[in-house]
Design a protein around this ligand. Structure first.
Ligand SMILES: N[C@@H](CCC(=O)N[C@@H](CS)C(=O)NCC(=O)O)C(=O)O
Length: 215
């Protein structure tokens, strides 16, 4: 199996964290692929031209991190990252969806602020993404007391989303006004799955000219 990924893509980091948690690292070949690279072969793997992509066998690829996680969660005998049933399942999936939304809003904000040509940049669009981030962080601050020490796809995804905010918007220090969430994040960040997937470099933002065709 091959995973096409990029270290600053939070959706890819989520899949890498899941791979680490369920202990199947040795059966997956990791292939770095930048989604904005013009010469990229990504279109052949995923018509949406997005990473992460898991190539399960020659020519059979799945994209979309929640679907990839669902697949790899069938490959081990340990505790499932996606709880099999009951309210625990829906709570975990709800949290994953929220974390994915945070990642998406953060990525869109980063692209608009740093990759789009300033003549085309839209402040209302940036504000809209930022409101989503603020509201979601405030929601998580209220919910975090229910996380306990649970490790499932919901809590892992939240940790990866927060890790991405720290990478891109460290100066905004989300934890300052959300101390319970900050304490929980510090604790979960000690897990190898989160520590090792935290991207340390900010490089690899697409060049503004790549975004110009978007107007
Ligand atoms: N829903 C997808 C989102 C993946 C995604 O947005 N990946 C970004 C990189 S972080 C990408 O490949 N963007 C290129 C594009 O959308 O054209 C998932 O969960 O995997």
């Amino acid at each position: 199996m091959r995973l096409y990924y990029w270290m600053t893509c939070p959706f890819a980091c989520k899949v890498l964290a899941a791979i680490e948690e369920i202990g199947i690292k040795d059966s997956i070949e990791l292939i770095p692929m930048h989604p904005w690279e013009k010469s990229s072969q990504l279109s052949h793997l995923n018509p949406l031209k997005q990473i992460p992509v898991l190539e399960i066998e020659d020519g059979f690829c799945i994209g979309d991190s929640p679907v990839i996680v669902e697949y790899i969660d069938t490959l081990h005998q340990g505790t499932r990252l996606i709880p099999p049933g009951g309210m625990e399942r829906w709570k975990a999936l709800k949290l994953q969806a929220l974390a994915d939304g945070i990642m998406e809003a953060a990525v869109l904000r980063v692209l608009e602020e740093h990759a789009r040509h300033e003549l085309h940049r839209s402040d209302p669009w940036i504000q809209r993404q930022n409101i989503k981030l603020i509201q979601s962080l405030d929601y998580l601050e209220k919910e975090v007391s229910n996380f306990n020490n649970k490790i499932n796809i919901g809590t892992l995804s939240v940790a990866i989303a927060l890790s991405y905010l720290n990478l891109r918007f460290s100066h905004e220090n989300w934890a300052e006004k959300r101390q319970d969430l900050g304490r929980w994040f510090k604790k979960i960040s000690a897990r190898p799955s989160i520590k090792e997937t935290h991207p340390r470099e900010k490089h690899s933002l697409p060049e503004p000219h790549l975004m110009e065709h978007l107007g």
